[in-house]
Design a protein around this ligand. Structure first.
Ligand SMILES: Nc1nc2c(ncn2[C@@H]2O[C@H](COP(=O)(O)OP(=O)(O)OP(=O)(O)O)[C@@H](O)[C@H]2O)c(=O)[nH]1
Ligand SMILES: [Mg+2]
Length: 533
């Protein structure tokens, strides 16, 4: 006994072909292996069958009143399409489906009226029978509908009746053009119950002669009566033969698709590992940051902040010396995304660090993928490596290093210390001038006239001069480590922002393409598995 229902409950041929097509599309330009080429040519061969799937679509066509709907009902085992006395009766196509599925097919054929045959009939499993409107209709849309569906179906059954079987419209327009495609055509002469045996035989011979003359000698001709059921079993058997032939072709194609998918499977390998390890990503960003000169920029930010800090909080007597040196940050030309920086190109060591961390990420992403996909990952990365240096430099140039760096903002405490320094200078100056005045008074022997104020026994002008200078120096010394800490803090902010920029470049140029390739690999494997299932 046949067990088509078990096989058919698995994936349909259409779905399998679609899966194989997905696999081939993903592999396009990546896996140039013979197996992919094999699958591609199989798909080309499958061609239009893909749309129709495993079903065998049979349409009943003919003139109005020839008995299409009556025959359709007789085959379908119930009154599905109403036959009628008023012509034309059937306006839209009706369908009866034997077995499961076919919904997508009928959507594609745009047949809205559907009926599922109740009694399972293994011989007809997979048959989709359509009752068409009349081809010679007074209603134009009927004719268009017939022409449209006649193009799409597998088998066209022409239902003729004893009165109009020789109608030139049918023969010229529909039957004769099918010469050479005799296999897709089946001609039935209906309503033979209305003829006696001699007349029926006469009609049969006459019609046979017509068909032969049209080049349709290979087309079967059956005499039937949809009303009495005469000849209907023969028609059913003929349809079963067509279904079986179609099913055999489907089975063969299914086997071919499965074989093609099996051949692709070795290019799938074990599933790749999960998302890239955070540590490897970080190591890559760190190496890229090194090559892009991030430490140099951070160092310049720190030195620049130190220079400004010292310029404000340093001992005014010597702090101008620092200003003679140029700002290290300005020299690097950072802060303009459109410009190139003046950073040194990466050293051999930095380049090697990038290459190593990139290889690690790639190897990890490659996991246990087959060689072809690992090669693909390598190519994905290589393509980007060339423009990486330029993108990194622009990213570094365009990074906002923090408001304090960009606006060269001096912290409030440094301004306050700067003010204090000037105050101390003024005090020391007052002390110095005072002492100078005392020297003058002593010269004029007037030093006893003006009393000299003292603090704890120390003359006030001396205290002002020495104290002012000493306190200034001390303030500068105390401020130094604070300036350093502030510079390092700014350096940290700059470093974080620079690494973010480098991280974005790494993600866009390297990590995302790698992830994309991995996702494509997963899609490929999934499609292969489906086509093979
Ligand atoms: N005697 C006899 N009458 C039939 C037979 N088949 C159909 N008829 C009758 O013919 C008339 C037309 O039948 P339909 O089945 O509606 O014809 P149709 O081809 O579907 O017509 P349209 O839908 O208009 O294209 C009905 O009255 C049927 O009862 C048959 O085998 N013998
Ligand atoms: Mg009808």
């Amino acid at each position: 006994m046949k067990v088509p229902s078990i096989r058919r409950s698995s994936l349909s041929l259409t779905d399998r072909l679609a899966a194989l097509r997905t696999a081939v599309e993903v592999a396009e330009g990546r896996l140039e292996v013979p197996e992919v080429r094999g699958a591609r040519s199989l798909l080309a061969k499958a061609g239009a069958r893909e749309a129709l799937g495993d079903a065998t679509v049979v349409a009943l066509a003919g003139a109005t009143g020839s008995g299409k709907s009556t025959l359709f009902n007789a085959l379908s085992g119930g009154e599905i399409s109403s036959p009628g006395v008023r012509r034309p009766t059937t306006g839209v196509a009706h369908a009866t489906v034997w077995g499961q599925g076919a919904d997508r097919l009928l959507d594609w054929l745009e047949v809205p009226r559907r009926h599922r045959h109740e009694q399972p009939d293994p011989a007809l499993d997979g048959l989709v029978l359509l009752d068409l409107p009349d081809h010679d209709s007074t209603a134009l849309e009927h004719r268009l509908e017939v022409d449209r569906l006649a193009e799409l179906v597998d088998v066209l059954v022409w239902v003729l009746d004893p009165q109009k079987y020789a109608d030139a419209a049918v023969h010229d327009r529909y039957l004769a053009p099918q010469a050479g495609h005799a296999g897709v055509l089946l001609v039935v002469l209906n309503q033979v119950d209305r003829l006696d045996e001699t007349a029926a035989e006469q009609c049969r011979r006459d019609l046979r002669g017509l068909l032969d003359a049209e080049g349709l000698a290979g087309t079967s001709l059956l005499l039937i009566s949809a009303r009495t059921g005469e000849g209907v079993p023969e028609l059913r058997a003929e349809l079963a033969r067509r279904v079986a032939a179609r099913r055999a072709a489907t089975d063969r194609l299914t086997a071919d698709v499965r074989a093609a998918a099996s051949a692709l499977e070795p290019h799938c390998g074990a599933s790749s590992s999960d998302a890239l390890a955070r540590a490897d990503r970080e190591r890559l960003v760190h190496a890229l940051a090194g090559a892009a000169g991030v430490p140099a920029v951070v160092g310049a930010v720190e030195r620049s902040a130190s220079r400004t800090g010292v310029a404000h909080t340093g001992w005014p007597v010597v702090r101008w010396i620092g200003k003679l040196r140029p700002d290290p940050l300005r020299r690097l030309h950072v802060g303009d995304p459109a410009a190139r920086t003046s950073l040194q190109p990466p050293t051999a060591v930095q380049k090697a660090a990038v290459a190593t961390s990139l290889r690690r990420v790639r190897d990890e992403a490659g996991g246990d993928l087959p060689q072809a996909w690992r090669d693909e990952l390598r190519r994905t990365v290589e393509v980007r490596e060339d423009r990486l240096a330029d993108r990194l430099d622009r990213a570094v140039a365009g990074t906002d290093l923090g408001p304090q760096v960009t606006a060269q903002r001096v912290p409030l405490w440094q301004r306050a210390v700067g003010g204090l320094q000037w105050l101390l200078v003024v005090l020391a100056l007052v002390g110095a001038l005072w002492l100078l005045a005392l020297v003058g008074l002593a010269y004029l022997q007037l030093d006893d006239v003006v009393p000299l104020p003292r603090v704890e026994g120390i003359p006030l002008p001396t205290l002002l001069l020495v104290g002012g200078l000493g306190a200034g120096l001390l303030t500068a010394l105390i401020s130094r480590p604070l300036v350093g800490a502030d510079a390092r803090r700014r350096g940290k902010v700059a470093e974080r922002r620079l690494k973010e920029s480098v991280g974005t470049v790494a993600a866009e140029e390297l990590l995302e393409p790698i992830e994309q390739t991995r996702a494509d690999h997963a899609r490929f494997c999934d499609a292969v598995a489906r086509a093979r299932s």
